[in-house]
Design a protein around this ligand. Sequence first.
Ligand SMILES: [Zn+2]
Ligand SMILES: [Zn+2]
Length: 165
Amino acid sequence: MTGQKKFKLTIELIPATAWFSSLYRIYKNSNQLSKWRRIKKELFEREGRRCWICGRENVRLEAHEFWEYDDEKHIMRLVAIHHLCDMCHKIKHIGFWCYTVDGRKLMEKAGLTREDLINHFCKVNKCTREEFEKHEEEAFKIWRERSKYKWKIDLGKYDPNKKEN
Ligand SMILES: [Zn+2]
Ligand SMILES: [Zn+2]
């Protein structure tokens, strides 16, 4: 890893070769959305109605999937799910929101700009804009590298084929 400071809120880009492997999609495509709803309900009970990263309350919360990447074996493992506010969540997936046509249109519709996201990032991480730029650049570098490979998906304890206990 680089000598960058550890941020509370980071950009985590899903490799382009694994874009459609979210747990939500997997549940949706296999008619198991009730399981997704249960995960959300459990999160509310365990973590309250606030953003897991910045702590904002009284905002719409979106469940975000946290993945770990094995860059040697090319396995990505789902390690956690937490509720994030829309600003923290948009930063996680900034590649979509700021660098695709669809994302930009939706941002515009929501009255948001890339500047708003940067301001949120800097506020949450108590960092400078320069540090944001560096972090973003690094995130895209990792993303380009990871997007060269096909990833094996490990859903860990969230695997829908796993027996329930
Ligand atoms: Zn937040
Ligand atoms: Zn997400």
